[in-house]
Design a protein around this ligand. Structure first.
Ligand SMILES: [Zn+2]
Length: 232
């Protein structure tokens, strides 16, 4: 009975834009056209001075780096990533991945990329949340590009503390050793792999994942996140 009621609730729920709250047109998905046009895009991947490369630093070698839009906590756009991550909405994460990928594809960002590697999530966290948003974003990118997902490229070797409250230096120390190559990592040898995450903050987690991927000798590693925070 409860599942029946939940189903009815889903059907009855109005389709509204997650940013502005307006009713969506039939062709719109999660985001209205106006909010999509106004999305605060970083344009980092097409810039000569890519701010993501700068944030990752000289010790983290990535080929291409993209962050779709600037994540500012106080803006309605932040809700997209918060809901995709904590809101029990894997479909939102997948949809955002698809829209982002369709845009970046036009710039040739995916040319030559052969595999998608989602940022791993510790199994205890995944169990609690029910899904890994990075995997869902990968599904959306795969929908748009046809690039295969290597689900087990990386694994979260141990859980870490709460990253959000840490300083940059604290994050780097806290994250060391938390990500390791997964069962499928050996399939990445000699291939150009794209590491996918929902958000890049200091870049500490990305750097740790790149270190783990690099140990498997891919031909190149690139990075894509939907959100890029504006400050470290
Ligand atoms: Zn809107």
């Amino acid at each position: 009975m409860r599942s029946l009621l939940a189903g009815l609730g889903h059907i009855a729920a109005p389709r509204v834009c997650r940013v502005c709250g307006r009713a969506l047109a039939a062709a719109e998905e999660h985001l209205c056209l106006g909010c999509l046009v106004d999305l605060p895009r970083t344009g980092a991947h097409a810039s000569e001075f890519n701010i993501i490369h700068q944030r990752l630093g000289h010790n983290c070698h990535v080929d291409r780096a993209a962050g779709w839009f600037f994540y500012r906590r106080a803006t309605p756009y932040a809700r997209l990533l918060v809901d995709a991550k904590y809101g029990g909405l894997p479909r939102l994460a997948r949809s955002l991945g698809r829209i982002c990928a369709a845009e970046l594809m036009a710039d040739g960002f995916f040319d030559g990329i052969e595999a998608l590697a989602p940022m791993p999530m510790h199994w205890t966290k995944r169990l609690a949340r029910g899904y890994n948003q990075a995997e869902e974003i990968c599904r959306g990118i795969a929908d748009a590009t046809g690039i295969a997902i290597c689900h087990s490229a990386l694994r979260a070797a141990k859980s870490h503390g709460i990253q959000a409250r840490q300083s940059a230096a604290g994050r780097y120390a806290n994250i060391a050793g938390t990500i390791a190559p997964g069962r499928g990592a050996s399939t990445l040898v000699g291939r150009h792999v794209l590491l996918v995450d929902d958000i890049i903050t200091t870049g500490a987690t990305v750097a740790e994942a790149v270190r783990a991927l690099a140990s498997e000798s891919p031909s190149a590693i690139s990075v894509l996140a939907l959100g890029l925070t504006t400050t470290n």
